[in-house]
Design a protein around this ligand. Structure first.
Ligand code: ADP
Ligand code: MG
Ligand code: ZN
Length: 613
């Protein structure tokens, strides 16, 4: 690869001035020293005496300097007073001696004019240069102050570095959804002719390193439009109002470059639910967020500016951001499955010399829980390892060694499970899935996986067919039972539970408490709401709860909450006891395959054989 030398800046003007000055003075002093032995300086009186003595053959006067030559050709000089003529100096000398003296008066009117000019100009140049230098410094700091409110959005429009969908392996579903966005950008008229509104905002949701930024770039690359990249945290500055003005500036720039993509990375930094911030700075965030919303509402759908955002915490996003007309498209970027991991490894192995024995699929199997970024890092580590050992190629062994390194290394953020943990997780998730699937009010099961995701070791996904705005008591009960499924399964198989289900229990208890205190679903407590539910509190939601009921009521509430949780537990236990065989069978299959789709799960539950993976 050619090494790009950093562009050299021109020489500093101050430095060049100094160099010129030094050169001038050097030349000048050398000039003076040409032409043999320099004359010696003598007092004026010596000159007069020597003239008197008749030893002087020639006198040259230039200004106040009297250079004279003696009969033996030695040169001397003396200075007279300013304004004194030679006659004044030699007024006491015998006129006869004077008559023999050859006197030349040099024309001094132009003599030394260049020196004088130089002497006058050089300091002037210095002063001007210095002033100019100062002004420039002041101006640039001034500019900095003025550009404070300018967005630091970076424009990517480089033909060579263009990212396309080819650079993104796996994440098939996300890509399918984004192909549409690419088409919107390429052929907007196709959609506007149909009266269709082009979406304004797309939010990419997925764990760290799953390729959200990469995908956004690829969309811009595929559509061949400019890409403005800014990170949410850049909006949040020390000074209130800066974020908002950056947003304004960013959208202004984007509109000038339409069609284009604005990409706001880590949008959760600004898009957190308003009014929940503890401590300072949330006013600023609120202003910035409001400005984003205003800008998104303000521009016409057909300007061709599409705002993409990425977050790994969709749960904390302000609902106002996700409203139709704003970030109404949500694209989930999944953690890669085995096949995805193989593909990702292939992408990143392209520019690396791999030995023939390398089996990337095998590596993919060994790396559950690795994100795209982790896999890239893995191959990089193995390349470093191979280079260290002076090999010509990267071997399977190098990669396997690196898996360990990456797994145990301090930078590993996502979790990778040990075989025992994997087993417990498989039973746990299967427990959720069976209970959730068998209870009619639960959302349809979409997928079970023991690939770590966020805080959980595995996950079971239930995705509703349509948006739900109302939830019945029965649905709450079934969901709680499904949440208890993991806990019950672990208890049944191992006789004890791990820390794994603690989050499930918390959530189930939370649902039960809300059923009792907010939704009036407990017969004993009735329809009264307990606890102040103020969403605009100053200190943050949870801190804002005010206890506005008696101790007796409080005890009764606790009792009711317990009752709901207990009931859910019993439901889960009953279902899993009845389906214990299936639980074991499905959990074992899940350990092998890591992920089961809805169809595979149903086949297994009904005792059918699965097709070979
Ligand atoms: P995120 O923004 O989701 O945290 P990035 O998009 O920054 O993750 O991904 C980091 C790096 O990981 C990318 O630059 C890319 O090299 C690699 N990567 C992640 N996902 C993929 C993928 N699906 N295919 C290929 N490379 C990927
Ligand atoms: Mg990113
Ligand atoms: Zn669970």
């Amino acid at each position: 690869m050619p090494i790009a030398l950093p562009k050299r800046k021109g020489p500093n003007p101050l430095v060049s001035l100094v160099i010129v000055a030094v050169l001038i003075s050097l030349i000048y002093s050398m000039w003076g020293s040409f032409g043999g032995t320099p004359p010696t300086e003598v007092p004026l009186s010596t000159f007069v005496e020597e003239v008197q003595g008749g030893t002087v053959s020639q006198v040259e006067v230039s200004d106040n300097r009297i250079v004279y030559t003696l009969a033996d050709d030695t040169e001397k000089y003396a200075y007279k007073e300013y304004g004194q003529t030679l006659d004044d100096v030699l007024k006491d000398v015998n006129p006869e001696v004077l008559a023999t003296l050859e006197v030349n008066v040099a024309d001094t009117s132009t003599d030394g004019i260049w020196l004088n000019i130089a002497l006058a100009i050089v300091p002037l140049i210095f002063i001007i240069g210095f002033l100019w230098f100062m002004m420039r410094g002041a101006q640039s700091s001034n500019n900095q102050a003025m550009s404070f409110g300018k967005s630091n959005a970076r424009l990517h429009d480089n033909e060579k570095e263009r990212t396309t969908f080819e650079n993104v392996a796996g994440v098939k579903e996300a890509k399918e959804e984004l192909v549409e966005i690419v088409d919107f950008l390429k052929n907007p008229s196709k959609y506007t002719a149909m009266g269709a509104k082009i979406p304004k905002g797309v939010v990419l949701v997925g764990g760290p390193g799953t390729g959200k930024t990469l995908l956004a770039r690829a969309v811009a690359g595929e559509a061949n439009v400019p890409f403005f990249n800014i990170s949410g945290s850049e909006f949040v500055e020390m000074f209130v109002g800066v974020g908002a003005s950056r947003v304004r500036d960013l959208f202004k720039k984007a509109k000038r470059n339409a069609p284009c993509i604005i990409f706001i990375d880590e949008i959760d930094a600004v898009g957190r639910q308003r009014g929940t911030g503890m401590g300072g700075g949330h006013d600023e965030r609120e202003q910035t967020l409001n400005q984003i919303l205003t800008e998104m509402d303000g521009f016409d759908t057909n300007t061709g500016v599409i705002v993409m955002a990425a977050t790994n915490r969709p749960d904390v996003l302000d609902p106002a951001l996700l409203r139709p007309g704003r970030f109404d498209r949500r694209v989930v970027v999944d953690s890669p499955s085995i096949d995805d991991r193989t593909e990702i490894l292939k992408v990143h192995a392209k520019n690396k010399p791999l030995a023939k024995n390398v089996d990337l699929q095998h590596i993919a199997k060994q790396t559950p829980g690795f994100s795209g970024a982790d896999l890239e890092n893995l191959l990089n580590e193995s390349a470093i390892l191979a280079a260290k050992k002076e090999q010509k190629e990267i071997t399977q062994h190098d990669i396997e060694m690196s898996v360990e390194k990456v797994q145990m290394g301090p930078e590993r953020r996502s979790r990778v499970l040990s075989p025992k943990e994997k087993e417990v997780t498989a039973y746990h998730e299967t427990g959720h899935a069976i209970v959730g699937h068998l209870l009619p009010e639960c959302d349809p099961l979409r997928k079970i996986t023991i690939i770590s995701r966020g805080m959980s070791l595995g996950s079971t996904w239930f995705v509703p067919d349509e948006d739900q705005h109302m939830i019945t008591k029965e649905k709450f009960e079934h969901e709680m039972a499904s949440l208890m499924g993991g806990y019950v399964a672990e208890q049944m198989i191992y006789g004890q539970v791990s820390t794994g289900p603690s989050n499930d229990l918390e959530r189930a208890t939370g649902i039960a408490r809300r059923m009792v205190t907010e939704y009036g679903m407990s017969a004993k407590i009735g329809p009264t709401v307990f606890g102040e539910k103020n969403h605009e509190v100053f200190l943050g939601r949870d801190f804002g709860h005010v206890k506005n009921y008696s101790e007796e009521k409080s005890a009764l509430i606790d009792q009711e909450v317990e009752g709901f949780v207990e009931k859910a537990y019993e439901t889960a236990k009953e279902l899993l006891t009845k389906h214990k065989k299936q639980l074991e069978h499905i959990a074992k299959t899940l350990m092998e395959r890591e992920t089961l789709t809805r169809e595979e799960f149903i086949d297994l539950l009904e005792g059918k054989k699965l097709k070979k993976a």
